[in-house]
Design a protein around this ligand. Structure first.
Ligand code: ADP
Length: 111
């Protein structure tokens, strides 16, 4: 399920990064008994008013220059459901035109 969540975030980063100079950074680390994973791209970014909407099913942001993006609008809704099912959180930080960073925080269970 974590793989599914990461594939969704990384394929969005590929889809929306700034071709031909697309850049995607992926980082992971453990902080305070939580796994933190960040997927960052240098693409179109997401306006503040759209940042919570995109986690809803079938939500897609129509860009003035690019129209409706390809896809079903389900990836982030599924990703959020997976992460929250496992007690984690997902969020996005973005400024329009300056890319987006999606961050997952998951608790690490002690054996
Ligand atoms: P899909 O499954 O169609 O890829 P998602 O639910 O993953 O849809 O994403 C919903 C919408 O959120 C996308 O259509 C796009 O408008 C926006 N979005 C998601 N990721 C990014 C990103 N990295 N940069 C810019 N917009 C994004």
């Amino acid at each position: 399920q974590l793989m599914q969540a990461l594939v969704n975030l990384i394929s969005n980063a590929v889809k929306f990064c700034n071709v031909p100079e697309g850049r995607i950074d992926i980082g992971a680390g453990v902080h305070h008994e939580h796994l933190e994973i960040a997927v960052c791209d240098n693409g179109v970014g997401i306006r503040p008013e759209d940042q919570s909407l995109i986690f809803e099913q079938f939500r897609q942001v129509v860009q003035p220059d690019h129209g409706r993006p390809p896809g079903s609008g389900l990836g982030l809704a599924i990703t959020k459901r997976i992460i929250e099912y496992h007690g984690g959180r997902i969020g996005v930080e973005s400024s329009p035109g300056q890319g987006a960073t999606f961050k997952i925080i998951l608790p690490i269970k002690q054996a």
